[in-house]
Design a protein around this ligand. Sequence first.
Ligand SMILES: Cc1cc2nc3c(=O)[nH]c(=O)nc-3n(C[C@H](O)[C@H](O)[C@H](O)COP(=O)(O)O)c2cc1C
Length: 342
Amino acid sequence: MPPKSLPWTKSPLIVNAPMGGFAGPELAIAVTKAGGLGQIGAVTDMQALDHGLSKVAQELDRIDGLLPIGVGFLPFVTDMDQAIPVLEKHRPAVVWLFAASEFEHYATLATRVRRALPTTQIWIQVGSVAAALQVAETAKPDVLCVQGSDAGGHGFQKGAGIISLLPEVVDALAAHGHDIDVVAAGGIADGRGVAAALSLGARRGVVVGTRFLAAEETQVHPAYQKAVLASQDGGQSTIRSKLFDNLRGPNIWPVAYDGRSLISESFDDHERGTEMEEIRRKHQAALQQTNGGFGESGRKGYAAIWAGTAVGLVTKVQPAKKIVEGLQAEAKEVLLKASARL
Ligand SMILES: Cc1cc2nc3c(=O)[nH]c(=O)nc-3n(C[C@H](O)[C@H](O)[C@H](O)COP(=O)(O)O)c2cc1C
């Protein structure tokens, strides 16, 4: 059942992850038009966000006074003083927060967002039972996104896949009297994953990142997308590491986080014990190449290619609408077939 205050969405709810630099207005518009929750990933450029949200406002009607999309922020790097006026101007239906430098910050941020946008939902992504409980208690989000360690991009360095994490979070929330909607993220790339997440306790639906790297509307370098499509066997072709955050210079991410990327030449150099200075030099040089440092198809590059373990299930580029509708239809079919086997 979709959340009541997102009345345009269809069940099971499919949400595109607010992938900073990848999930722009075109993707958000297409996902929302298909009956999902489209999201824009914001990083630090609030002028670009303002521009992106203006585009959305031209394409989508407001529903209950809100733009029917979400905007994702990384509070450890986003200046919320600059973000709030942009949000007040455009009033998105959802504000998504992930990677505050301390869990306590979410409560302060939630209060600020609620003061500015009282009817906007606050969604917070976490990757452990303890974080889910603390955030539920202090920030009281409308929706908690439980992110498992299969996820592409950044996440908790210490983690578990959603198959064990999600039910434990759901039980812990219930035991502590928190009636919060939960969605799942991490390794979900087809209807089987959606069906599994629903069975594990994702009441509302799922958040999908890696699969949308192959959406027509996603802003992604062609060589990056090619590498994602060419990759198989995600447990072997991707790895979680802090190395990827050290390529451009010293890692600025909060200490609890690392990121999952395709295994690259930079990672292999790191494993061989190559000095960081030399790894960074090669990385910088590779960025000048026409392939953006992402390597040729099937070949490893020197730049991070954030992608999750489900990368092997991502085999073709499709319009976002097809991805959303396919995930919903497949999930229903899988659940019906599974229950017929009981
Ligand atoms: C390329 C990429 C970029 C991402 N960027 C962000 C981001 O800017 N903010 C955020 O909250 N999550 C980000 N994520 C993580 C997602 O929120 C989500 O947890 C993840 O994509 C789910 O796992 P999946 O990739 O296996 O679907 C990113 C993920 C990917 C793959």
